[in-house]
Design a protein around this ligand. Structure first.
Ligand code: GAP
Length: 513
């Protein structure tokens, strides 16, 4: 199965089993907007808990807030979003499709790398054991040609983005002979800037309503509450404020399912530090956040850092944590050293002093900020794509199984009476009720036991507990483990301990310290 096929299957599976639905589907959907179904919301809540507790429970100097989505419009002037939160867009006149100019160039750059990898593979086959990859990469003229094209496009793009030179961006597309993926032509328009914020009105129109924005990031709600939290919580620098909430961006090139949406959710933490210490803390959070991702056990090689060539208008260092999705390595989380840009500008625009008095140094200053910012939806996609497997079994059958880490799994256990008679359903229901105060459990008595196991595998339930006739005699049940499919006979009294241990967040948190 190709990665593209796998991704299509994943999207279909997410819908079929109630993880994710297209929004407004009975009205033919709304582009790049999705709804979470009965299992999707459980998975999402568990991911949020993993993040929230890792921030606010494991760090005694990080607290959380929940600020409003609507904010004073001046905030977005101070933050730079009104002036600079733009994407450079270009249209193809033949297909009438619109693209981000930098994404077209990045795709071109990635293609050169693919061509180099193909040359290496071809040569490896030709030379067999005698193949010296390093020497080949150094001396092969075709590799040199691909490299030269890649490096030239990359260097020009970085410069054009930093200089905000839209003509040059277009020229790179023309010079690189990039064609529209739909029409196959090079009939490009000029490149234009497009602001990504959604506007709406507050107050009645007749009274002269104010234009306000749907927040494009949750971070500003943290900045404008810096003094509130610092003073009421008697927080001492360095300290952090965490928040989970919705953000909105009018993404023009929305694609790849829930990867790029117009309404999405962020988990952001702003860590306030002494000026001059920000790069030390940037490095700390870079390592800490990578550990958090890797603790999920999806394989270390599926993650990498991507340091930014073009820094956002507020940053003096920035990196992305990228995960290898079926459509390639893509950003899941951004870690930014935002300097004193935001607090400094809010001080200027609001006219209110935003300073911290450092009792250790005896100085007052505007703190510097290191931010970690991760998309909840991209985490959901990461977990779904890492977990999905179509397995061929030894007995010739096959199953689709979601190896979702037990702590994140939407349903922790399914209680299944072997047959729908002889008092087994009653015992099974009683057992389900005894577990439901601690865990999300399902009861299922429909179809053969094999079919019921498959249904639970497909939604990633770590345990299936079967109540059979022996249960009536000795108060034991079988517990089937999702990944190994092994079955154990255990006492009902031991179930809370076995399940509790496996689905607890403790195991994940232990890997973080
Ligand atoms: N406060 C900084 C900030 O917002 P960002 O890199 O623009 O930085 C942070 O966004 C994270 O939010 C990204 O790494 C991504 O996970 C998520 N994100 C951004 N735009 C998104 C979109 N359109 N759809 C889904 N997630 C998105």
């Amino acid at each position: 199965m190709t990665q593209e096929e796998l991704f299509k299957k994943l999207v279909a599976h997410s819908k079929e089993y109630g993880f994710i639905f297209p929004s407004s589907e009975i009205y033919d959907g709304l582009s790049a907007v999705y709804d979470y179904g009965q299992l999707g919301v459980e998975l999402k809540n568990n991911i949020k808990k993993y993040w929230w507790d890792a921030m606010t429970k494991l760090n005694d100097n990080i607290v959380g807030i929940d600020s409003a989505i609507f904010m004073h419009p001046r905030i977005w002037e101070a933050s730079g979003h009104v002036g600079a939160f733009n994407d450079p867009l270009i249209d193809n006149r033949d297909s009438k499709k619109r693209y981000r100019a930098d994404v077209l160039i990045e795709d071109f750059i990635a293609k050169q790398d693919e061509k180099i990898a193909k040359e290496v593979e071809k040569a490896r086959k030709r030379f067999g054991e005698a193949f010296d990859e390093a020497k080949f990469l150094e001396t092969n003229p075709r590799v040199a040609e691909h490299r030269a094209k890649r490096d030239a496009a990359h260097d020009r793009m970085v410069k054009a983005l930093n200089d905000n030179d839209l003509n040059e961006l277009r020229q790179i597309i023309v010079d690189s002979e990039i064609v529209c993926p739909i029409s196959g032509t090079r009939n490009w328009t000029e490149v234009r800037q497009f602001n990504l914020m959604f506007e709406t009105k507050m107050g009645s129109v007749s009274e002269g309503a104010n234009t306000i924005y749907l927040r494009p990031e949750t971070a500003q709600g943290i900045f404008v509450n810096f003094l509130n939290v610092q003073k009421t919580g008697r927080m001492k620098i360095p300290f952090g404020i965490a928040q989970i909430g919705k953000a909105f961006r009018n993404e023009i090139v929305a694609r790849q399912f829930i990867f790029r949406m117009r309404e999405f959710e962020q988990m952001e933490m702003q860590f306030f530090v002494r000026p001059g210490e920000e790069l030390k803390w940037f490095d700390h959070w870079r390592q800490t956040r990578m550990k958090w991702h890797r603790a999920l056990g999806f394989g270390d090689t599926h993650y990498r850092f991507h340091d930014h060539d073009k820094l956002a208008h507020y940053a003096n260092a920035a990196t992305d944590v990228e995960y290898e999705f079926p459509f390639g390595f893509k950003e899941v989380e951004g870690i930014h050293s935002r300097t004193d840009f935001d607090l400094g500008n809010h001080q200027k625009f609001s006219g209110k002093k935003i300073q911290y008095f450092d009792t250790e140094t005896g100085e007052s200053y505007v703190p510097y900020v290191v931010e970690t910012s991760i998309g909840v939806d991209r985490m959901v996609l990461q977990v779904l794509s890492a977990s999905y497997e179509e397995q061929k079994l030894d007995n010739g059958e096959s199953r689709t199984v979601m190896h979702i880490p037990a702590a994140l799994a939407p349903v922790k256990a399914a209680v299944l009476p072997l047959v729908k008679k002889d008092g087994l359903p009653e015992v099974a229901r009683e057992l389900m009720h005894s577990l439901k105060f601690d865990h999300n459990v399902q009861y299922d008595e429909k179809d053969s036991i094999g079919k019921r196991y498959r249904r639970q595998d497909a939604i990633g339930t770590p345990f299936c507990i079967t109540v059979d006739h022996q249960t009536l005699e000795d108060k034991t049940v079988t517990i089937r483990h999702r990944d190994s499919m092994e079955q154990q006979r255990v006492a009902i009294a031991d179930l809370p301990g076995i399940i509790g241990e496996e689905v607890s967040f403790r195991k994940l948190f232990a890997k973080l310290s």
